[in-house]
Design a binder for this molecule. Structure first.
Ligand code: AMP
Length: 211
């Protein structure tokens, strides 16, 4: 069973998503991370993607959907995929659903639910490891990553202007996309601590992921 993860920026979607992929032994498609890798390339496309991401805007559908299809095509039929960061618009939802049908994949959607105030607080204070990309909340006071010793930094798009643009896009574009999945949507409270949310997510999703 594939899972399509939804959640406002800062909902813990990436952290919980990766933990779920490990727990249930699935592939993990993290759209933002794939695009950031592309943005690090010295190509014309890479540089274009970089400036779009840094401004907090969305990368074009053609680029995003091509990358997703490539991933799906290269995933074994019996291996589940957790999608993080896709779809972000109604148009992407339609294309993604067409691809899921094309590759004969069964799926559910999951929402990690938080309010905007929580999103703002978490995004303006979080730090990320330069090397392994582990995310650290404000209460983590060390300068380096607990997992790999890498240096911690603030993401270029975690500035107040880009955050506002990203949250606006979530409301305007992603919430309508989520509506398309309302019959397949499982809601999980994303407000508690990340450890707590992870536990709730394991328990809620085990019945459909461990069959
Ligand atoms: P994220 O790490 O999910 O916050 O994504 C970081 C940035 O990558 C976003 O602000 C967008 O610029 C870009 N991005 C991620 N997912 C998508 C998507 N599905 N469609 C278009 N752009 C995306």
């Amino acid at each position: 069973m594939d899972l399509i993860l939804f959640g406002m920026q800062g909902s813990g979607k990436g952290t919980v998503g990766k933990a779920l992929a490990e727990k249930f032994n699935t592939e993990y498609f993290e759209t933002g991370a794939v695009l950031r890798r592309l943005a690090n390339q010295d190509s014309e496309l890479g540089q274009k993607v970089k400036s779009i991401i840094e401004a907090g805007h969305l990368v074009s559908n053609e680029v995003v959907m091509e990358i997703v299809e490539d991933f799906m095509k290269n995933t074994e039929e019996n291996k589940a995929i957790i999608f993080d960061g896709i779809p972000r618009s109604v148009e992407q939802a339609k294309t993604l659903n067409a691809l899921l049908d094309k590759y004969d994949r069964d799926y559910k959607a999951v929402l990690l639910k938080i309010v905007e105030e929580t999103a703002l607080k978490r995004l303006t204070t979080r730090k990320i490891c330069k090397d392994c990309k582990e995310v650290y909340p404000a209460y983590y006071k060390k300068e380096e990553c607990e997992k790999c010793g890498g240096e911690l930094f603030t993401r270029a798009d975690d500035n107040p202007t880009a955050i506002k643009t990203r949250l606006k896009a979530f409301k305007k574009e992603t919430i309508p996309a989520m509506e398309i999945y309302k019959d397949k949507l499982i809601e999980i409270d994303g407000e508690p601590s990340i450890d707590e949310v992870r536990k709730i997510a394991y328990k809620t999703l085990a019945p459909i992921m461990e069959t």
